[in-house]
Design a protein around this ligand. Structure first.
Ligand SMILES: Cc1ncc(COP(=O)(O)O)c(C=O)c1O
Length: 474
């Protein structure tokens, strides 16, 4: 058996051994059922102590790669007996949402994005002009992104409880590109990826396009579900939005965060942490991102300025170890060379002038007011639905009462001028599970009250009629 162990490597020998054995199992060199050499034999052949080999075996057994039977020896585990990862079937959920957000409507609750009235137009105009006056701004710039912008991002991330040097930041076209290059760099086609559900449709679309089967982990029981999936499968990556999850708005507790990090270490997978909503906080205290507690370089953190400033900037960033950033940069470069230097410099200027903090301090309380008003109105007009007060973000996730058909209600709501997102758009196998996502950012409290009243009427009408078959893509 060809094993190359490097005693000068900082990775402990037992870990090197377990990772190489895992690699041989993954690439089929060690097929299921193959008997492994004894601990003694492996130790002698490779100049290791028996304890080192035993530790490697213990780790592999713990993760389900091998099984030991007293008196018989140690064997590569048979293939998983659990359900196979699902092939994603995404019938343009993202396109459907984007289309919906473009529809003029009385109540536009489809888009989870900042309201146009709060875009910092004047400041942005001045900063863009300043960038235009700088030498070289109309050139390509570097792959990793403008140095001043990375320094400014490193500074504002301190407010999210994350201390990272500019060298560990890569500028991307929105968070979406950060997700794309991470999935490409850290997994291969047909390798399963752990995916929280319900889930941001952009992640579904991405995994579908890149042919990554998904292992669903219900967001309400993430830790347990991740562990169960890892016992049966070998995921290389978990995609999660631990802070104000889209669409549910849930916030993972410090204990859940610690448990996820421990599982990543135990089962040897990376975590793609999406934090685009992190600054939309309505609670008095917020746990820091997973990345802040990432001792082993397992977390790739992505975020952007789409939600905090304006989506049209298309500027986001990835934070990862410098080593990982190399392969992520390569994927980005191959896809679009660089992000616009002009826009990056405009944004660096905006952040340098100290505009970002005051902008957030102005808008977040306004959205909090809208959230509260909408919540109250939903309690009054749609008490038969289940929902919670989202601790952050811009959406309410509403569970419809039993007997109300999600597609039919969604169609009828759109028809009556209340455009929202149907629950099925947030699941890998589009299935109506009786949910609607209502994003409240674009309306004032009085309008939200009217939207809730209309929804209440539609709900009552839906419960009185026999089940309608709706066309979900109205
Ligand atoms: C959870 C999540 N991630 C990523 C994105 C896309 O972000 P960006 O516009 O930065 O690409 C969104 C947009 O709604 C989102 O909700």
């Amino acid at each position: 058996m060809l094993l190359v162990l490097d005693r000068s490597d900082s990775l402990p020998l037992y870990r090197q051994l377990s990772q190489q054995l895992k690699g041989l199992i993954e690439n089929g060199t060690l097929a299921p059922g193959t008997k492994l050499p004894t601990v003694r034999r492996l130790a002698e052949d490779h100049g290791l102590t028996r304890l080192t080999v035993q530790s490697a075996f213990a780790e592999l057994q713990d993760q389900g790669w091998i099984q030991s039977t007293v008196g018989r020896g140690t064997f590569v585990s048979a293939q998983s007996s659990g359900p196979p990862p699902s092939r994603l079937e995404v019938p343009g959920s993202l396109a459907e949402l984007l289309q919906a957000t473009d529809r003029p409507a009385r109540f536009q609750l489809a888009q989870a994005a900042p309201s146009e009235e709060f875009y910092p137009r004047q400041e942005w105009k001045a900063c863009l002009q300043a960038a235009l006056n700088q030498d070289g701004s109309l050139n390509y710039g570097t792959i990793q992104g403008d140095e001043n912008l990375r320094s400014q991002i490193s500074r504002i991330l301190l407010d999210r409880g994350l201390q990272v040097p500019p060298e560990q930041i890569l500028i991307t076209h929105g968070a979406q590109q950060g997700m794309d290059i991470t999935v490409r760099a850290l997994s291969k086609p047909n390798q399963p990826v752990l995916l929280e559900t319900p889930c941001y449709p952009g992640a579904l679309e991405l995994l579908h396009t890149l042919s990554r089967p998904c292992l669903e982990v219900p967001v309400e029981q993430m830790v347990k579900a991740v562990e169960e999936q890892c016992r049966r499968h070998r995921p290389t990556l978990l995609y999660t939005v631990p802070t104000f999850q889209n669409p549910t708005g849930l916030l993972a507790s410090p204990a859940q965060r610690a448990a996820l990090l421990a599982l990543a270490e135990r089962y040897d997978f990376y975590i793609l942490e999406d934090d685009v909503w992190g600054f939309y906080n309505y609670t008095p205290s917020l746990p820091p991102p997973l990345k802040a507690e990432d001792r082993h370089g397992r977390v790739i953190y992505v975020s952007s300025f789409s939600k905090t400033l304006m989506p049209a900037l298309r500027l986001g960033f990835v934070v990862a170890s410098e080593e990982l950033l190399q392969s992520l940069s390569q994927k980005k470069h191959a896809s679009d060379l660089v992000c616009s230097l002009l826009l990056q410099r405009g944004l660096a200027e905006y952040l340098k002038r100290g505009n970002f903090g005051p902008h957030l301090s102005r808008i977040v309380p306004i959205y909090k007011q809208r959230r509260d008003a909408f919540h109250q109105a939903l309690l009054e007009h749609a008490p038969e639905c289940s929902f919670h007060l989202p601790p952050g973000g811009l959406s309410h996730w509403l569970k419809l009462p039993a007997g109300v058909d999600e597609s039919a209600l969604f169609s009828e709501a759109c028809h009556q001028g209340l455009v929202c997102a149907r629950g099925a758009a947030f699941y890998p196998m589009p299935r109506a599970q009786g949910y609607l996502r209502l994003s409240f950012g674009g309306h004032k409290p009085a309008e939200l009250e009217k939207a809730a009243a209309l929804l209440g009427q539609l709900l009552r009408a839906a419960r009185q009629r026999p089940r309608l078959r709706g066309n979900p893509l109205v």
